[in-house]
Write a protein that binds this ligand. Structure first.
Ligand code: E4P
Length: 219
């Protein structure tokens, strides 16, 4: 499973990238608004750090406007992917962008029927939002399960990006289901390698090593 970082913060992207395990970035208008920079220049900076796909969302709600904005954003860098909401106009824009060889990530996906239709329109990626479903007492991961089953039934090439991840179990469950990608906030990425038994184990090994050295010196 590929790991994307869900942020527009350059420091977080640089740090996660330095771990050697980062495959791409997803942004959205909310994440970009936290950075206070001009969004297009922020996206350009992100694309300079990461070689993998970087999702940049459109603001327009009509297909024509989405296509216009997508063409502008696609000029930022060759690894830009256009994020489009799962709406009827989003379908139309996706179909047109596919014919122009512009990659798309269909965002705000909350149902298997949306996932099937965006795939039919030619979406490169679909982003089911698991955390926001959990927030309304609906099992978010069940949606990922359903999409995976449907895509496998028909050999659909659209890749599943599990989005709106809130904790490490969302990440692990995504891998169990066989999602293609998980896009994870930096704070959750940091938790993925943490284990108290690892820390306790290191402390004990270092302690025993010091004792051994001390004993050898006494001899
Ligand atoms: C993904 O592409 C979205 O940017 C993101 O995962 C949304 O997460 P949230 O529900 O925590 O805002």
């Amino acid at each position: 499973m590929k790991l994307f970082i869900d942020t527009a913060n350059l420091e977080e992207i640089k740090r996660a990238n330095s771990y050697g395990i980062l495959d791409g970035v997803t942004t959205n208008p909310t994440l970009l608004s936290r950075e206070k920079n001009e969004p297009m220049s922020q996206l350009k900076k992100i694309c300079e750090i990461v070689d993998g796909p970087v999702s940049a969302e459109v603001i327009a709600l009509d297909a024509e406007g989405m296509i216009k904005e997508a063409k502008e954003r696609a000029k930022i860098a060759s690894n830009i992917v256009i994020k489009i909401p799962c709406t009827v106009d989003g379908l139309k824009a996706t179909k047109e962008l596919k014919s122009l060889n512009i990659k798309t990530n269909l965002t705000l996906c909350f149902s298997p029927s949306q996932a099937l239709l965006v795939a039919k329109a030619g979406a490169t990626y679909v982003s089911p939002f698991v955390g926001r479903l959990d927030d309304i007492s609906t099992e978010g991961m069940n949606l990922v399960d359903d999409i995976k089953l449907i895509y496998e039934n028909y050999g659909i090439p659209t890749q599943i990006i599990v989005a709106s991840i809130r904790h490490p179990l969302h990440f692990v469950e995504s891998a169990r289901i066989g999602a293609d990608i998980a896009t994870v906030p930096f704070a959750v990425i940091e938790k993925l390698m943490k284990h108290p038994l690892t820390d306790i184990g290191i402390e004990k090994f270092l302690d025993d090593w010091k004792k051994l050295k001390g004993n050898l010196q006494k001899k």
